[in-house]
Design a protein around this ligand. Structure first.
Ligand code: NAP
Ligand code: MG
Length: 403
């Protein structure tokens, strides 16, 4: 059998610890034997980031802009302990944060679902994708611990220094707390377009929720911007695709989500998305089955697993112990990227291969072959717990049978 040929490279961002090991196994066993894999390789492993003063991360993000599709392995975000462990020159910022700032994207998180993995919410039969606006609000706030009686004011001056707005927030009679947050129209517009585009690309309904009844300027602006962009740019396309967009209050959305059967995208403001994505992930079963894709407003895609580098398993691996780490989310990052590359470059064989590899891995689990984390969750009689590599090799058997 001849290997599938690629035209444009995929931006490959290698990472750290257990996921770096899984990364190589996936490539060696499941990809390079079948595809003439063309990637532009960036090593985002911590030693390489340290060597390049983190320039490698910036270069990788620029490459995603250039080629349109990237796939990223989980990476360590250094803290003080990591600085000692890796003898780092400094405490580098989160690579994901750096990449997100350059691509200006929205993060979509979707669980990989299977009939044997029963969500805690009984009505959910299809995945729910959370789209989180990853900019501003309380994540960029200015806050103050009020020590005692006094006046809190809000003041806005235009570029010429003229006061346009000046109001009292609260007359404190006792100690308290105070916070100022902001967002920008262009960031909200990018967020809206990323959501509309992703809904069209995946042919799913889009919900957006905020609290515009209480926040009549701040949240209402989000609601208005979504509606204006929808009406002007997406309404016709949505109708043609047979999907819908609707806005509802966040508390109504929560109730509807729980009663729903899934199968839609839920766009959330930054904080709501932070909280709700953890709730949805947990209710669907496992962080190890959560995929994540960063979509930029100009149509660049970066795929990754939602979980980290699985440090605890890596230390066991270093001690020579056998591990049973789940490679599904990392595998789906690769298949997502390959399918997108195939779609953009019009290579149907590449899209079909990505599809078959996903199906092979799902069938493998449905037949009872899985890693330890899933064995604890799966609702079935006969389960075989495999090692990290054992699972990948089993998927290969299923893939070979399907090709
Ligand atoms: P983690 O790597 O996601 O792992 C937390 C725990 O979740 C693991 O110890 C394991 O539980 C379970 N788990 C996660 N993924 C799994 C998988 N594929 N298979 C089986 N079990 C899995 O989070 P962390 O330990 O908090 O962070 C480790 C490192 O990852 C940190 O340095 C952090 O900076 C980095 N991180 C990177 C990203 C990213 O690159 N996107 C995201 C988050 C964290 P058990 O130990 O109980 O088996
Ligand atoms: Mg969170």
């Amino acid at each position: 059998m001849s290997k599938i040929q690629m035209r444009t490279p995929l931006v490959e961002m290698d990472g750290d610890e257990m996921t770096r090991i899984i990364w190589k196994m996936i490539k060696d066993h499941l990809l390079t034997p079948y595809i003439d894999l063309k990637t532009e390789y960036y090593d985002l492993g911590l030693p390489s980031r340290d060597e390049t003063d983190d320039q490698i991360t910036v270069q990788a993000a620029e490459a995603v802009k250039k080629y349109g599709v990237g796939v990223k392995c989980a990476t360590i975000t250094p803290n003080a302990q990591r600085v000692t462990e890796y003898n780092l020159k400094k405490m580098y910022k989160s690579p994901n944060g750096t990449i997100r700032a350059i691509l200006d994207g929205t993060v979509f998180r979707t669980p990989i679902t299977l009939p044997c993995l029963k969500p805690s919410v009984r009505s959910w039969v299809k995945p729910i994708t959370i789209a989180r606006h990853a900019y501003g609000d309380i994540y960029k706030c200015t806050e103050y611990r009020v020590p005692g009686p006094g006046t809190a004011e809000i003041l806005f001056k235009d570029a010429d220094g003229k006061e346009l707005f000046h109001e009292t927030v609260f007359e404190f009679k006792c100690p308290g707390v105070l916070m100022g947050t902001y967002n920008k129209d262009d960031s909200i517009q990018s967020f809206a377009r990323a959501c509309f585009n992703y809904a069209l690309a995946t042919k799913q309904d889009l919900w957006f929720s905020a609290k515009d009844t209480i926040s009549k300027k701040y949240d209402h602006t989000f609601k208005d911007i979504f509606q204006e962009i929808y009406d002007a740019e997406y309404k016709a396309k949505f109708e043609q695709a047979g999907i819908t967009y609707f806005y509802t209050l966040i508390d109504d959305a929560v109730a509807r989500v729980i009663r729903s059967e899934g199968g839609f995208i839920w766009a959330c403001k930054n904080y709501d998305g932070d909280v709700m994505s953890d709730m949805v992930a947990t209710a669907f079963g496992s962080l190890a089955m959560m995929t994540s894709v960063l979509v930029s407003p100009d149509g660049n895609y970066e795929y990754e697993a939602a979980h980290g580098t699985v440090t605890r398993h890596y230390y066991k691996h270093l001690e020579g112990e056998s591990t049973s780490t789940n490679s599904m989310a990392t595998l789906f990052a690769w298949t997502g990227a390959l399918k997108k590359r195939g779609e953009m470059d019009n290579i149907p064989e590449l899209v079909a291969f990505g599809e078959k590899l996903e199906q092979a891995s799902l069938k493998c689990i449905e037949d009872g072959f899985m890693t330890k984390d899933l064995a604890l969750l799966a609702d079935m009689e006969n389960k075989t717990v495999l090692s990290t590599e054992g699972f990948i090799l089993k998927v290969k058997e299923y893939l070979d049978a399907a090709l």
